[in-house]
Design a binder for this molecule. Structure first.
Ligand code: PEP
Length: 274
């Protein structure tokens, strides 16, 4: 299985930052990245996809997106389709990020639609799941993660929550096949750890990753569960990355704040391949 280090710039950066960051990253990227089974991607804001893509072309660094609409085209102002992302050389796309669930009302049903749309065009979805602080304090983290995962993999809202959802814009999605599920990357991102400086302990994170793998084993198969890259995200930085990445069920990191600084991001990458 490969390890992933993915940088999520969120709504940060500028053309000057793109030039500076990519130059430093390409200069420092370890030559044995691929041989070590590690993949690295940067997800800049959409307007910078071209600039980042041009600079990293032919390198070991891949281009990622932070957002996508599930349909190929149409009257959806401000949105970008999977096909458009493909045209710009995007190979991975973050979906289900807690900031989208929280601030833009992106539902589990829409997230499931995006999974299908991305895998159909060959873009790897990075499916984010995570519980809030209130849910963690109520010891509901496993229930929350299981619901998010099962809804993403089809198991209709009615089956999982006993609730029927009608969606007038998007066609009902089919169950996610084992073949399509095998193309995903999952990121466990406890919401209370994102951007707060409060990282999950390596044991807490690894325990949740084991739990996610158990669900995949039961839902699909042993081989799919074992092969699924499950990344941890939530205040990962150069100081805490090593211990997190050494956990047996943590297969990389989704990095927000620390991915804006090339030296910090490179340090995390180096710790992933050791
Ligand atoms: C994220 O944006 O997915 C994230 C984990 O952010 P941060 O590393 O800043 O907590």
């Amino acid at each position: 299985m490969c390890n992933w280090i993915v940088g999520n710039w969120k709504m940060n950066g500028s053309l000057a930052h793109v030039a500076e960051f990519t130059a430093a990253l390409l200069k420092g990227i370890p030559a044995n990245l691929g041989a070590a089974g590690t993949r690295v991607a940067i997800c800049p804001p959409h307007p910078y996809l071209t600039a980042v893509g041009e600079r990293i072309a032919g390198s070991q660094v891949e281009l990622g997106a932070q957002k996508v609409h599930p349909l190929p085209s149409g009257a959806f102002t401000g949105e970008v389709s999977p096909v458009m992302l493909s045209e710009f050389g995007v190979s991975v796309c973050i979906i289900g990020h807690s900031e989208h669930r929280q601030y833009f009302g992106v539902t589990d049903v829409i997230i499931a639609q995006k999974l299908h749309a991305l895998t159909a065009v060959g873009i790897i979805p990075i499916l984010c799941v995570g519980e809030t602080l209130v849910e963690r304090e109520a010891d509901r983290q496993k229930e929350v993660i299981e619901t998010q995962l099962r809804l993403a993999m089809k198991d209709s809202e009615e089956d999982v929550r006993g609730r029927q959802v009608s969606d007038t814009v998007l066609a009902p999605h089919p169950e996610l096949s084992e073949e399509a599920a095998g193309k995903l990357v999952i990121a466990y991102e406890p919401v209370w750890a994102i951007g707060t400086g409060q990282t999950a302990t390596p044991e807490q994170a690894n325990g949740m990753h084991e739990f996610i793998r158990d669900i995949l084993r039961e839902r699909y198969s042993e081989s799919l569960a074992e092969a699924m890259p499950i990344l941890y995200g939530g205040s990962v930085n150069e100081e805490n990355a090593g211990e997190l990445l050494r956990q047996p069920d943590i297969n990389g990191a989704l990095v927000g704040g620390a991915s804006l600084k090339a030296d910090a991001f490179l340090s995390i990458i180096n710790q992933a391949i050791k």
